[in-house]
Design a protein around this ligand. Sequence first.
Ligand SMILES: [Fe+2]
Length: 196
Amino acid sequence: MTGAETQTAAPPAALAHCIAAVNAALATPAPQPHIAAALARLIARDDWLPPAYAVPHPAHYQQYLLHADPAARFSIVSFVWGPGQQTPVHDHGVWGAVGVLRGAEYSQAYRADGISPPQPTGPRHRLIPGAIELIGPERGDIHRVANALPCDVSVSIHIYGTDIGRHRRHVYPDEGGVKPFISGYANGPGTPPFQP
Ligand SMILES: [Fe+2]
């Protein structure tokens, strides 16, 4: 991320409500269902994400930081997929919730041992607007995600249990092995993260 990291903007109301709901959820003994519900409410309407946070890159997917909890207990990002773009097979190391805001995505779970080529497990899921998928070490943490639309942009909103762009995790190349991975963020001067 650029120097915009030190800038912040006031969040759209729907995002502010989600941030407040996640903070409230984290004060409860079992926050994840409440966080998933907050994400479901956030993506129920596609009228709040400023266009600058939904701009695709011509060559690869983009991840914009929408909000980072000051204590790094969670982060909210927009994932923007150009036509045909996909992630490598990767893990997260923390819980997360993925919700499609616009377009459609494919999510394919994998098994990977860090030596052999990663192997798909189960069917590939097609996620449409409003759909929520939960990820994390306790429920299946390795997957590949792709834009399901061949000719259009898709956007999803993700909530993770850490500052995901600074979190050390792993990519599992198709030929086998494992590589360390820190995703960073695509934010620039026109896309500062939001802080209520
Ligand atoms: Fe992922």
